[in-house]
Design a protein around this ligand. Structure first.
Ligand code: GCW
Length: 594
């Protein structure tokens, strides 16, 4: 009984927090809770946190199911719903000094470089409520480029304090760990995963963590990637490294999420988009059952468009998670309105949701009043949670839910216009940045803005834009076919054959998989050069149309949020033109040589 009493207090609490939020920081959370809602537990329901709603009655097997059902009721849901994935986890690339790698919404809500830093528990409670309202049940609290300090007593205590705030909302905490920690912290002279002293160090560390946080989720690991330490440093494999950590966590039910984002290691010089398969395929089946291989949706790096990552076809005896990027590192950061659900649905059209045991989303959340920098970037946090709960939901339904809960305007022509803007925004971004399969032609380091001619001799070639389009007087694009780098051979049928043949390769991937003359005729009848110009101009026109839609929406949006979005749309219109003009000018020096 007291369980239910706690729970009902919780509901009232969530009501007050939502009410307390001023407009600028209010997320999609609404407070009009029906006063005749009934909550009931039914232990005969399936053993998960699903719910059944009939009228204003929410039935569930667990307390969390009742909480999830309450928010579903507020969204207007009826009927039964169960979580598709048991792991629905945000990855915060937050550093312990309070900065956020690829964060564009202010500093971290978890960390701060002041030794006197105290947690803002009401802020973290609202974060937890927002996550719970869309079914997110886990969060990794720190950057995958992890500081070894994360495993010191002081930081384990901070993790415990955060875990205590998030726990009532069904959110389990995880941390990213630096594989070299035993050595970096000065406890040992090595971090070799086969060294008994190192194994004992991690077992002792796991015991210390679980003493403080009995329901701790586990570790996320970036190893032997972009300078991070890992098992290769000791001549060991990814499996040796992951399994050592998995053994340490196993007694407590913890998991290891091991990232396949590894390039420039053992397969230096190979086409970068092939290296995850080259690194991991031979290890399939060699990982412990509490190791999950976490891979980005595409084989390169969160581009506006990529083909799906073929590693999902190769690891048939290893549990896998997809890593989606909610923060818009390569999609205009928090300055461009880009709704990402269509990108993630595109991924699921190639990698069926059943292939995975969970999904992770690189968070876009910070201390900015509106949490995500751009009001419409909140829709991407929302969409991640909803797709993690049910990957069969459509981008349109999710956009409609978010708009209705976020803006008070009636679901009128304006809302359908706003929905249309959201649904077209990702394709528009592809068009004005990198159409026809172009990729990674960004400015160095910050990745904001175009630099198609980018080359730095002292940088790895895989960081240089010219490596990704190879434009010259004759042609443009990368030959990744079986007669080129062979990347197409990593795909399962029918995609292997489809992509390998330049005549059947979908034009949206043309310059990703093939090197073609500027004069090649495409389906539209236009040449490659003319087609590029068409897409770049179309992307600019689309953003201009978004600005018109937002003007028309003004009467039904509160002034503060309307103006903040208006300012960003004005920037996005200019930035889309910059992308178009810089890229077409650069490529014209080759295309017009004819
Ligand atoms: O795209 C790259 C980013 C890095 C990031 C890395 C990764 C956390 O530029 O900032 O590091 O991917 O995914 O590990």
């Amino acid at each position: 009984m007291n369980n239910l009493k706690t729970f009902l207090t919780l509901l009232l609490l969530s009501l007050t927090t939502a009410l307390a939020a001023e407009d600028g920081s209010r997320l999609w959370l609404r407070s009009e809770m029906p006063d005749d809602i009934t909550l009931q537990i039914d232990s005969t329901m399936p053993d998960d946190d699903g719910y059944r709603i009939s009228g204003h009655t929410v039935t569930a097997r667990t307390q969390m199911g009742l909480l999830y059902g309450r928010y579903a009721l507020l969204r207007g849901e009826q009927g039964e719903s169960h979580p598709f994935y048991r792991l629905r986890i945000l990855n915060h690339w937050d550093n312990i000094d309070g900065s956020i790698e690829r964060g564009y919404a202010g500093n971290s809500i978890f960390w701060n470089d002041s030794s006197l830093f105290t947690l803002n528990s009401s802020l973290l409670t609202r974060y937890a409520e927002a996550c719970a309202s869309i079914g997110i049940n886990g969060t990794v609290l720190n950057n995958v480029n992890a500081s070894p300090k994360m495993l010191t007593r002081e930081y384990i205590r901070r993790v415990k304090d955060i875990a205590d705030i998030l726990r009532p909302w069904g959110i389990r905490v995880y941390i990213s760990v630096n594989f070299g920690s035993p050595k970096a912290l000065g406890d040992l002279k090595t971090a070799d995963p086969l060294d008994p002293k190192v194994r004992r160090w991690w077992q002792k560390k796991a015991k210390e963590i679980y003493k403080a946080i009995p329901d701790f989720g586990g570790f996320l690991v970036k190893a032997n990637s972009e300078g991070q330490p890992g098992p290769f440093d000791y001549g060991r494999t990814h499996a040796d490294g992951a399994n050592m950590l998995a053994d340490a966590l196993k007694p407590y039910g913890g998991i290891v999420m091991w990232r396949s984002f590894v390039y420039g290691a053992k397969h230096q010089g190979e086409d970068r988009v092939k290296q995850a398969v080259s690194e991991f395929a031979e290890l399939d089946g060699k990982f412990r059952d509490n190791v999950i291989l976490q891979s980005k949706n595409g084989p390169l790096d969160f581009q506006p468009r990529e083909p799906y990552a073929p590693i999902f076809d190769h690891m048939t005896k290893t549990a896998q998670m997809a890593e989606l990027q909610i923060t818009q590192e390569y999609l205009g950061q928090s300055k461009h309105l880009v709704y990402l659900a269509p990108m993630w649905k595109e991924f699921f059209s190639y990698v069926s949701p059943e292939r995975l045991v969970g999904i992770a989303g690189v968070a876009n959340i910070g201390l900015d009043t509106n949490w995500c920098g751009h009001h419409f970037s909140q829709a991407n946090w929302y969409a991640f949670g909803r797709l993690a709960w049910n990957p069969m939901l459509s981008s349109e339904q999710i956009a409609e839910e978010w708009l209705t809960q976020t803006f008070n305007c009636q679901f009128s022509i304006v809302n359908s216009q706003l929905k249309s803007m959201m649904l077209r925004s990702r394709e528009a971004c592809v068009d004005y940045m990198m159409p026809l399969g172009l990729h990674h032609i960004f400015k160095f380091d910050h990745h904001m803005g175009p630099d198609p001619g980018g080359f730095k001799a002292d940088y790895p070639i895989e960081w240089c834009p010219v490596y990704y389009h190879r434009a010259n007087a004759d042609s443009i694009g990368v030959d990744r076919s079986s007669t080129g780098t062979g990347a197409t051979l990593q795909y399962r049928e029918p995609y292997r054959s489809l992509y390998d043949n330049v005549d059947t390769c979908p034009e949206q991937f043309l310059l990703w998989f093939h090197r073609v003359p500027w004069t090649r005729r495409l389906k539209s009848g236009r040449t490659v050069w003319k087609e590029l110009q068409w897409h770049y101009n179309h992307g600019v026109e689309e953003v201009d149309s978004f600005a018109v839609i937002w003007q028309e929406a003004k009467p039904c949006i509160d002034a503060q949020r309307w103006q903040e979005v208006e300012n960003r749309l004005e920037f996005q219109q200019k930035d889309a033109r910059l992308w178009r003009d810089v890229c077409l000018k650069y490529f014209s020096q080759f295309a017009l040589k004819k």
